[in-house]
Ligand binder design. Structure first.
Ligand code: GTP
Ligand code: SPV
Ligand code: MN
Length: 604
């Protein structure tokens, strides 16, 4: 089979004129391996998108939602065994285990290719292979990276069209270069026993088999933009991080940009789209979103300042708990041209999930395609939407999109924020003493696990910089890279730690969160601008009670004290639980980590 096969299922489809010869050769190889019946070269045009959705509806991949209510929106139900990232099946493949390090699953390169070739052989017989060229990063950015994903999933092809700058633009950006990430993906038979997400950083390649789920299958995202990019960044002196990126305009008219690393399903999308309480809006505070999941950062050699871009072009966001009160901007994003995955279907062709409205619908079809009523829910405990159900929407749907979201030069980064999901021990906000201490704070980040990955939920694990599942190389070198970045910077961002998720003895969140996080954000911005006071504590710099505005909240000073309280004994236990990470690193622990730990112990 040659690369000029014409598909009769959609529009006649041929390779682009002047196809890059390296791409042509690689596609030929993959076609020979996977043996698809047809090839579809994605162009990224609006006509193509419409045709693919029509095809998807005909194939049962998509359910067309009520286009009066939700223009351009579709529902997708995944295989029930394929609803979250599979961290235990995700591998870094290198010649030796040291490159992958103690926190990654490792496979030897040749063994990995041998295993994968077996799985991929003939896996696309009778199927269409979509050739999906895409760019991560604003077009023309020096950091932008081209990838080409070959996939037999129409859902993945269409999703890549939302999440990346997909189509003709990628061929232009690539020109006749050989430098593109080779992303090969097949659903296979969606069998968890034959599911592998393998990264080959030395080959700039990703092979993913047996899953159609976002982070496992949209290979531009966690695969390229984090695992491969973090490896490249370490080699080339820049950083790829699991962070949101937001602009905060203050009443003085000054804009402060924050990059914040929170683990999966721990508040990045919500924080990045924050709408300030009315009082703050009146004063002139305004938040804009550059990105909600991934940030690439580098030091501008002219100014010595950290700058950042969002490599993505869309949002793959958590829907449960999202509503017009908690995140109106996300709700706006979902009003049109959105794919919903694993949510409930209402009789009128609208969608529903837990937390969308106070009252559940009288009747609907749940994410598994079965009838659901509140009575059935009560009896069986079944949920309407899966806990990790998601929306996929273009960032241009976001009313708060930052004006620089497409700027190849990125935005300056004034603050870095780390945050975990911690029901106990960890206070609402503190500021690290300096960059080196900030790296320690990020490196020892702990968070309770969520539904974004399969496995046990709600257990505290160490998740350095929220990157534990996304690092493409050895964590030892990653931490050293973070410490060394300091030397490249003339003026470095201030570093903070937040926790929106502390609970009281009754199990209730102590802090209202969401839009009210503006009150903490204001202190952070004011600290960056030298306008806010802080006291030195064992953990770092903390606001006094009077430094956080509580007006209009159902909280008094005692409540805030409780949220900010640092219990020395509990913190000593926290130090013990950090051992988990230190033991993994053992003799490879960077000395700065040891020093920072000693300093913390001496403060305690
Ligand atoms: P990924 O896309 O998996 O990387 O997740 P994320 O970090 O973007 O998390 P997201 O903002 O989607 O939030 C995940 C869950 O946490 C949702 O159910 C939110 O409703 C909830 N959440 C977000 N922010 C807050 C907050 O400030 N307080 C509370 N209590 N819950 C929050
Ligand atoms: C996450 O799990 O951190 C996500 C969703 O952002 S996924 O793209 O599936 O990784
Ligand atoms: Mn994420």
């Amino acid at each position: 089979m040659s690369t000029t096969v014409v598909s009769d299922r959609t529009t006649p489809n041929t390779p682009p004129a002047g196809l890059n010869p390296h791409v042509a050769r690689w596609v030929d190889e993959c076609v020979a391996l996977c043996q698809p019946e047809e090839l579809h070269w994605c162009t990224g045009s609006a006509d193509e998108r419409r045709a693919l959705f029509d095809q998807g509806v005909a194939d049962g991949v998509f359910i067309r939602l009520n286009h009066q209510k939700l223009p351009g929106c579709y529902l997708h139900r995944s295989n029930p065994n394929d609803v979250a990232r599979s961290e235990q099946l995700t591998f870094i493949c290198t010649p030796g285990p040291d490159m992958a390090g103690p926190t990654n699953n490792w496979m030897e390169t040749k063994a990995a290719y041998a295993k994968l070739r077996e799985l991929f052989t003939g896996c696309m017989r009778g199927r269409t292979m979509y050739v999906v060229p895409f760019v991560m990063g604003p077009l023309g950015s020096p950091l932008a990276k081209v990838g080409v994903q070959l996939t037999d999933s129409l859902y993945v092809a269409v999703s890549m069209g939302i999440m990346t700058r997909m189509g003709q633009v990628a061929w232009q950006q690539l020109a006749d270069d050989d430098e593109f990430t080779r992303c090969l993906h097949s659903l296979g038979d969606v069998n968890p026993d034959r599911r592998y997400i393998c990264h080959f950083p030395l080959d700039n390649a990703i092979w993913s088999f047996g899953s159609g789920y976002g982070g496992n299958a949209l290979l531009g995202k966690k695969g390229l933009a984090l695992r491969i990019a973090s490896f490249l960044g370490q080699q080339q002196g820049w950083m790829a991080e699991h962070m949101l990126l937001m602009g905060v305009a203050d009443p003085q008219g000054q804009k402060t940009y924050l990059a914040a690393a929170f683990p999966s399903a721990s508040g990045k999308t919500n924080f990045a789209m924050l709408i300030p309480p009315e009082k703050y809006q009146k004063q002139g505070w305004r938040i804009t979103t550059v990105g909600d999941d991934i940030v690439w950062m580098w030091v501008d050699p002219q100014t010595g300042r950290l700058r950042a871009i969002n490599p993505e072009a869309g949002y793959f966001g958590v829907v449960p708990g999202t509503n017009w009160q908690t995140n109106p901007n996300a709700m706006h994003c979902m009003t049109h041209d959105t794919i919903f995955t694993n949510v409930g279907l209402l009789p009128d062709g609208d969608v529903w999930w837990e937390g969308k409205t106070d009252d559940p619908p009288a009747e609907c079809i749940d994410w598994l395609g079965e009838k659901w009523t509140p009575e059935i829910g009560k009896e069986t405990g079944k949920k309407v939407a899966h806990a990790n159900s998601r929306f996929t929407a273009p960032m241009t749907n976001n009313p708060a999109l930052d004006e620089s979201a497409n700027d190849p030069g990125g935005v300056p980064v004034n603050a870095i924020v780390f945050g975990g999901r911690r029901s106990k021990t960890i206070p609402l906000v503190y500021q690290a003493f300096n960059w080196m201490h900030g790296v320690y704070v990020g490196a020892t980040l702990g968070s309770e696990t969520t539904a974004a990955a399969t496995g046990q939920q709600g257990v505290v694990r160490r998740d350095p910089m929220a990157m534990l599942p996304f690092l493409g190389y050895n964590i030892r070198d990653y931490l050293v890279h973070w410490f060394r970045m300091r030397k490249r910077m003339a003026d470095c961002p201030r570093v903070f730690h937040v926790n929106w998720f502390r609970k009281n003895d009754q199990g209730k969140f102590m802090w209202p969160g969401f839009g009210e996080n503006m009150r903490v954000l204001k202190w952070i911005v004011d600290r960056c601008r030298g306008r806010a006071y802080a006291v030195e504590t064992v953990l770092g710099w903390m606001p006094r009670v009077k430094d956080i505005d509580l007006e209009g909240l159902d909280l008094d000073e005692d409540d805030l004290n409780a949220i900010q309280q640092v219990d020395i004994d509990a913190f000593k236990m926290e130090l013990v639980s950090q051992e988990e990470l230190f033991l993994k690193l053992a003799g490879d622990l960077p000395k700065e980590m040891v020093f920072q730990r000693e300093l913390l112990i001496s403060r305690l």
